[in-house]
Design a protein. Structure first.
Length: 268
């Protein structure tokens, strides 16, 4: 299938690319130029099989997986339109963290990795299809853990695998890995939640915890207690940090890709 570029938004170090597939669906890709690296954040599905309630794609039914050719073309087009890719001193990270669950499209994602001339890849999983993670992936995997309380987790992420499966997947994965925690007001930004997450981290071997600034959507709000949550984790001996993704004003930050973009100008 052919893909064409329809729109581009820019803000600071972030660009958001809007592609149109041959069968008429929109796909978003983000490009971020940080001082230490270049990041291409690639979507893997049209719609999403994860259906997480706190994500902008959570109410989108899965239409289909993106193909290897489609994803490679999009990444290649982003590269062609950005001069910073010519800077050989700045590494490029292709990150499968856009719309869609990459582990639900694992075969095509692996084919993309084998075809592209980059050495650094990462993916972020909501916690679905964890049996697809095997040692031959050899990339950084970020495991989303909105809550280590199974009731809360199942309510917010109805399609995820059970917590014991998540623990086993993290414990057994031999390459770079981390736990991502979107910090949501009145959901998981309290001491009890941090204590549960800290215990979960200890049980999987002290994996680094990244508290992500949550971008408001679908009735959920960003937490005002990020600093205190980080302190609670550090007090419990965790390796932890707080992270803010870029591009919120153009809806290119984590979880935002499928929010309304009706004001974007179409490229001629």
């Amino acid at each position: 299938m052919t893909v064409k570029l329809a729109r581009v938004q820019s803000s600071g170090i972030t660009k958001k690319y809007h592609f149109l597939t041959e069968d008429g669906y929109k796909v978003k890709v983000a490009h971020v130029t940080r001082p230490e690296k270049i990041i291409v954040c690639q979507s893997t599905q049209i719609g999403c099989s994860g259906m997480c309630r706190f994500c902008s794609a959570g109410n989108l039914p899965l239409v289909r997986n993106l193909t290897t050719d489609e994803m490679c073309w999009m990444i290649g087009e982003v590269c062609r339109r950005n001069a910073d890719f010519d800077n050989v001193l700045k590494p490029v990270l292709v990150s499968f963290m856009g719309t869609g669950e990459p582990l639900a499209n694992s075969v095509e994602v692996r084919h993309v990795m084998s075809r592209l001339p980059f050495s650094r890849f990462a993916l972020s999983t909501s916690g679905c299809n964890l049996t697809e993670i095997t040692p031959y992936w050899a990339l950084k995997v970020q495991f989303t853990l909105v809550s280590a309380n199974w009731r809360t987790r199942k309510d917010l992420q109805p399609h995820v695998d059970p917590l014991p499966q998540l623990r086993n997947a993290i414990r057994r994965y031999p390459y770079a890995k981390g736990i991502n925690v979107p910090l949501i007001a009145n959901v998981n930004d309290n001491e009890r939640s941090m204590e549960e997450i800290a215990e979960f981290s200890r049980r999987v071997g002290g994996v680094n915890i990244k508290l992500n600034r949550y971008h408001p959507m679908r009735g959920y709000r960003s937490s005002d207690y990020a600093g205190r949550c980080l302190e609670w984790l550090l007090e419990r001996g965790c390796s932890a940090e707080y992270y803010e993704t870029d591009g919120e004003d153009i809806l290119a930050a984590c979880g935002q890709f499928e929010l309304s973009d009706s004001t974007v100008e179409e490229i001629k």
